[in-house]
Design a protein around this ligand. Structure first.
Ligand code: PLP
Length: 357
């Protein structure tokens, strides 16, 4: 293992050219080289969190620019555009990118950027990344893909034509719920220069210790994901068969609305499962609380299973019209499936579902 370099300042004239940690540190470089390797790209820049990575990209926009956003983006991305960058004159339009007519918007509107996420949170909508990138690339519009849910092991946005692939490394990439981090990957030197400029000029840099932890976490990413995906696929099937469930959403199940696209662009269905229960808000909430092996918590991607009730947790501040437009109702539950023994997870779920009836 590499050591941790907590140094804030470096002796002038050192061979690697480090001067001050805000603009570079050996632990950033080590993590960036590992992330470049797993994404199979030219450049990666690490940040203090996923939101810092998003901020770095958004800071490259200027007043009057229009961003065409997938309408189901991660909540903090929406908040950043609407409550912060809006004040700087950055405009947004929200589109359903699973709907082919949204592609006409790409042609009709002079957009400065397209912002996608696939699978989305919490409904696991799958966007045909290659199709959107093809339309955008014809008009030289950069495409950003938030790849947090899939990770580069399951999906490679840059290979599908995206300009920037970002991830919250807090989630699967670190995988142990003990560090925050973000990354932006690209093959274009011009964008890489913008990202390293944003890292130091906006103060978005991570801490050396967290980079060290994430570097350690990545060593087991393939092992963890293999187990988590296997558990998640089994749990999706178990839930689908239970009479207390209205419907289940999992990208690699045939009943997923964009299953064909998922099979085309992903190596596996991921480890998030979303389900709609036959119960009202109180019953759904009580179901979440009854589970023993799924801690009721926000976030995802760690080795321990979590359950989230979006209506009262991650999406509590979203207006009821927007929630119903996005398909988030009071009976919706999102599972982040961990590495535990599958029979423990299955028994736990079955018992809590049986009690719903
Ligand atoms: C968590 C998350 C983020 C934000 O990352 P932080 O590390 O929490 O700042 C961005 N996008 C998605 C899809 C996420 O799940």
């Amino acid at each position: 293992m590499p050591p941790i370099f907590p140094s804030s300042t470096f002796a002038h004239g050192n061979p690697e050219g480090f001067d001050y940690t805000r603009s570079g540190n050996p632990n950033f470089r080590i993590l960036e080289s590992v992330l470049t390797s797993i994404e199979d790209c030219n450049y990666a820049s690490v940040f203090a969190s996923g939101v810092s990575a998003i901020t770095a990209i958004a800071s490259c926009l200027k007043s009057g620019d229009l961003v065409l956003c997938e309408e189901n983006l991660y909540g903090c991305t929406v908040r950043l555009f609407e409550k912060v960058f809006h004040h700087f004159g950055v405009k947004t339009a929200w589109l359903d990118f699973t709907d082919e007519s949204s592609f006409k918007s790409i042609e009709a509107q002079k957009a400065a950027m397209i912002w996608l996420e696939s699978p989305t949170n919490p409904l696991l909508k799958i966007i045909d990344l290659q199709k959107v990138c093809n339309s955008a690339n014809k008009q030289h519009i950069p495409v950003v893909v938030d790849n947090t849910f899939a990770t580069p092991l399951l999906q490679r946005p840059l290979e599908l034509g995206a300009t920037l692939s970002l991830a919250s490394t807090t989630k699967y990439i670190n995988g142990h719920s003990d560090a925050l981090g973000g990354v932006v990957c690209t093959n274009e030197l011009e964008w890489q220069n913008k990202m390293s400029f944003a890292q130091k000029s906006l103060g978005l840099q991570p801490s050396p210790f967290e980079c060290w932890l994430i570097t350690r976490g990545i060593k087991t990413l393939p092992l963890r994901l293999e187990r988590q995906v296997k558990n998640a696929a089994s749990i999706a099937n178990l839930l689908a068969k239970h009479s207390s469930i209205k419907w289940v959403r999992y990208p690699f199940r045939e009943d997923h609305p964009q299953n064909k696209v998922a099979l085309k662009q992903m190596n596996a269905g991921g480890a998030i499962v979303t389900a709609n229960l036959k119960g009202d808000q109180a019953q759904t909430y009580a179901f979440c609380k009854r589970l023993n092996f799924f801690t009721m918590a926000e976030s995802l991607g760690g080795v321990e299973s979590l359950v989230c009730h979006p209506a009262t947790m991650t999406h509590a501040s979203v207006s009821s019209e927007v929630k119903s437009h996005l398909g988030i109702d009071n009976s919706l539950v999102r599972f982040s499936v961990g590495c535990e023994d599958l029979s423990d997870l299955s028994k736990d779920l079955t018992k809590a579902l049986d009690q719903l009836q």
